[in-house]
Ligand binder design. Structure first.
Ligand SMILES: *Cc1c(COP(=O)(O)O)cnc(C)c1O
Length: 392
């Protein structure tokens, strides 16, 4: 069997959710973001570990329907809102809450008002504070809010940071000021009970004065860092996804031999090279530069009868990725690994406590973010779930 595997650690996910809880006031609620199939982790595998979230956030109605079919019966928020009047009505039936970021959505909400007891009586009203992607302008917000409140809606003012990962970026204070001003105006002129939500993961960490009524953590739940300058380990976040495979072949190569497509890597010494059964067809990024590495975790051989304890604490070896990443395979440098074997386990990213690179390390080599690599793993790898009761 080909061993490309994605392992989801539910205990790590719960740990990260609790970590968010410890950072926020007891009265602040958590909208856990599970869009894009829980950032590539698989929503079904993640749900059991997110039971203590107050609500789940998704990008579209079909993602919400999936959550309902999996039995999630607390609130769901469509963070891009609905895309048609018909979808607005469907979302009411599925008791989803929506963001309202545009006049046409506000009109649908005014045309079809859910009954008093429906959770859909809460609307998330999106303010553009400077991201300039979605949302109403500060000077139009009161006019949009008034008829919605008159129709019976409870409003949560919401906005999104453009640079929350860079705490000193001047746009942050500007966005926070605008948000506070508009919130004050709404409370004074429309509804004193207006609620508020501003922070994603980076905001939760960098702007504790802005937690308001709801925070919206995404990436930190999955144990990848939301910050440019601080690693997930240093934030005490645990990686939820481990991406692994095995060595399928080992060869000696002579100095001067090249490896892989384009003959891009040329050995400058006699080398030992391993082929690992993982490639961009599984979601390992083809664009990594020469800094990418994997960790090798030796199998315990039947002949290793002594030193069992030591063997189990398992030293991991760091092996550079050499040559081009192919669709189904990568090559790694085994020259400095003592006695590597076909079948040895290779971590592409994930279990950093055992010596693997973090997804953020590989994202750095691929000139992107952990977010993208996590979302881009494909359907091909075998999926495994470590439930709370099973430890590896
Ligand atoms: C995706 C998303 C989040 C979560 O962002 P992270 O950086 O992953 O924490 C929060 N709010 C909105 C509106 C989003 O779209």
């Amino acid at each position: 069997m080909r061993h490309a595997t994605i392992t989801i650690d539910q205990t790590a996910l719960t740990h990260n959710l609790n970590h968010v809880k410890h950072r926020i006031p007891a009265t602040t609620k958590i909208l856990a973001m599970v869009k894009a199939n829980a950032y590539g982790h698989g929503v079904e595998a993640c749900l059991p570990a997110l039971q203590q979230a107050d609500a789940l956030g998704v990008a579209c109605f079909s993602e919400a329907q999936q959550l309902r079919s999996l039995g999630w019966n607390k609130d769901i928020v469509l963070i891009e809102g609905v895309f048609s009047e018909n979808e607005w009505q469907q979302s009411l039936q599925a008791t989803c809450q929506s963001i309202i970021h545009h006049h046409h959505q506000a009109n649908w909400a005014l045309s079809h008002v859910p009954n008093v007891s429906s959770p859909c009586r809460t609307l998330w009203l999106k303010l553009n504070t400077g991201m300039n992607r979605l949302g109403f302008e500060p000077n139009e917000l009161v006019a949009v809010a008034k008829p919605l409140v008159a129709a019976g809606y409870q409003l949560i003012l919401t906005s999104h940071f453009a640079n929350a990962d860079t705490p000193l970026h001047p746009s942050n204070t500007q966005q926070i000021d605008t948000f506070n001003q508009v919130l004050k105006m709404l409370k004074a002129q429309v509804d004193a009970n207006t609620k508020a939500s501003l922070c994603n993961s980076a905001g939760i960490i960098n702007f504790p004065q802005c937690h308001f009524d709801w925070v919206r953590p995404g990436i930190m739940l999955y144990g990848s860092t939301p910050l440019e300058a601080v690693s997930a380990d240093n934030l005490q976040l645990k990686p939820v996804m481990t991406f692994s495979a095995r060595i399928m072949a080992i060869h000696h190569i002579a100095a001067g031999s090249s490896v892989g497509y384009g003959s891009r890597f040329v050995a400058n010494r006699p080398m030992l090279k391993g082929i690992v059964s993982i490639g961009y067809g599984d979601g390992y990024p083809r664009v990594v530069d020469g800094s990418a590495w994997v960790s090798l975790h030796p199998q315990k051989l039947p002949s290793d009868t002594n030193n069992t304890a030591e063997n189990q604490s398992l030293q991991a070896y760091r092996c550079p990725v050499i040559g081009r990443v192919a669709m189904d395979m990568i090559a790694i440098d085994l020259t400095d690994v003592p006695n590597p074997q076909v079948g040895d386990r290779i971590s592409l990213w994930g279990d950093t406590l055992k010596g693997a690179p973090s997804v953020d390390d590989i994202a750095h080599s691929a000139h992107t973010l952990g977010y993208e690599l996590l979302c881009r793993v494909t359907q091909r790898p075998i999926r495994k779930v470590l439930t709370a009761s099973i430890t590896e």
